[in-house]
Design a protein around this ligand. Sequence first.
Ligand SMILES: [Zn+2]
Length: 394
Amino acid sequence: MSTLLVDNIGELVTNGIGADSLGIRRKAAVLVEEGQVAWVGPSAYAPVADRRIDVGGAAVLPGFVDSHAHLVFAGDRAAEFAARMAGEPYTGGGIRTTVGATRAATDGELRANVRRLCGEALRQGTTTMEIKSGYGLSVADEARSLRIAAESSSETTFLGAHVVPAEYADRPDDYVGLVCGPMLAAAAPHAKWIDVFCERGAFDIDHARAILACGQAVGLGVRLHANQLGPGPGVQLGVELGAASVDHCTHLSDADVDALAGTAHSDGFGTRTVATLLPGADFSTRSPYPDARRLLDAGVTVALATDCNPGSSYTSSMPFCIALAVREMRMTPAEAVWAATAGGARALRRDDVGVLTPGARADLVVLDAPSYLHLAYRPGVPLIRQVIRNGVPQ
Ligand SMILES: [Zn+2]
């Protein structure tokens, strides 16, 4: 078997045990074997390998884990974005525009779009990406969306409860019955997770609870869109159901924060339900940003993700989200980088990604910079020099 040594790393973010939360090592090297991290230590003691990459003192960090993205769609909504920037409010209603385009697309067109966006994200350092359905909203279109998503990621999420499609507009109970019945049955073989857009204008608390319970009953993990557009019961529903993550969390009450903090692991290893913050959506809808500081100070585990979708956040860039989180959400650069790597892994209940410790998947990002700090300090600059995924230089 062949080995690869990534050597001469000026600053290595491991997210492992260390003096600081990022587990930083200096003048370090990483040995990769069979797609996994086999050894981490000082360059001076690095073992001999079949192949060596000298990064010349650059910073290296784990590949980003983007735990929230909607990639299976057709068309774009640039005109809607422009109208919003000209003053129209965001209501979520534009989702139906994308549903029409998605239903009309061929499998090949949807597949090409997913691959394009995964490639775009990879070039920006994302090595693990969750992909949701939610623009099909019929039994056949949700099933094919997940089948296509599963070709590019093992982290697939059934979001049949994204919005009520137009043909069910006056009978939402019937649509919930469809989601819990034949749609879930067709989607579940291709999905790991179930998600609901629990928001005014989408699905209320009773519908959300019913749909998520049906998903749990067939073995899907729970995550949900909650408290994005206003205060609501979504976050507490997520806690009640043991969700891996509640996503958005822009409008939280003290009781919401307390409920999340109450899911803390007894070993002090963060919270069982992660708060995933999506600053790209707040940016693109010109909405208030969530207060990450308040969550972090309460001990809640925070993840950052892109929410990449054609309506409310058409970015695949985790570095952009890190910069926003630091500038707008009162996170330190270290907290933001952790949230975009280890935090995303926690939100997906994964311990093999988002860290660079022996046994982890060898997903490494080499920066064109001496420190991870530059991800926030130099916003908008293409700092990703090289990406290694599964031990393979991309
Ligand atoms: Zn979303």
